[in-house]
Design a binder for this molecule. Sequence first.
Ligand code: 5GP
Ligand code: MN
Length: 336
Amino acid sequence: MNSKEAEKIMTIDWQPLCELIHQHNTFLLTSHCRADCDAVGSELALAHILQALGKQVMIVNGDPVPQHIGFINPDERVHVLGESAQPKELWGIEVLIVVDTSAWVQLGPMADVVRAFPGERVIIDHHVSQDDLGAIEFKEETAEATGRLILELGEALGVKITAEIAMPLFAAIATDTGWFRFSSVKEETFLALGRLVAAGADPPAIFSALYEKHSLPRLYLRARILSHIVADAGGRLLSSYVTKQDFLETGANTTDTEDAINALHTVAGSEIAVLFVELEPGATKVSLRSRTDFNVQEIAAQFGGGGHKKAAGVTFSGSLEEAREAVLDAICVALE
Ligand code: 5GP
Ligand code: MN
């Protein structure tokens, strides 16, 4: 094996985290708001791994697990801050582990807990971020999913990977890679998936739970998104949007926009896809995807957001129209 190949296979050195875990007994896990399967799957799998070592674990997020990924959380183990978990219950916990985000804004109400947390703080993540959460970082920015990192940590800790751990991790990797088709997928992805299947993950059951149990309002919303498509820059930039009215009229909710952006990349010649979602009159969620070397993270960063080169996002302070004008202009300028 040459050094380039070794570098490709070598990822995070888990030893310091294994030691930290062995030295403590109580753990608080959290992740980003509007959680996806990589966030919740990583939290749940990590909780099982820590419990296998005899640790006490509490999972607390800033908002509830979206209903459409509820299958991943059958025992409803994820608490919501201010609802089933109060901040004062959390102060005695020794270690806080944040998974699948390194950005203050994405933590929502949990940001205050993370800021004030008196114990050890750890991040396990695969996102590029400018923020300093005052934590020890275990990060692989080119990783396809935080879920694979959790699997590696579990293996480094010598924990037996059970079906309970394997299912949420398979779902985490499957969703963050668009069912293994994004360019972030590499040899290690399939090797990890192989180990998860061997441990009891059931891909057809996970596929069905993910993609064949949607609500009718979600499909109505998809129709709206497809009917709002605008092509700019000679078809290199395709964008669409969802208004509050669309949500009201279809009965869909904000999580129902998930994955819709990828439909824009089914068109020949489309390089950049952008979806604008009106959250409030003065707040617009912007999702950006690239399928070339064009770096959408740099565009998101111009407006205070972040993410990856090929998938980034920002919550824009401004109306839907203002967001569309500013972000589409910035992309057109960068394309020139
Ligand atoms: P999505 O469009 O799916 O919400 O996000 C795409 C990527 O951008 C994800 O990796 C996500 O973590 C990141 N991202 C989305 N919104 C924000 C944001 O407001 N700030 C930062 N730093 N990253 C974001
Ligand atoms: Mn992720």
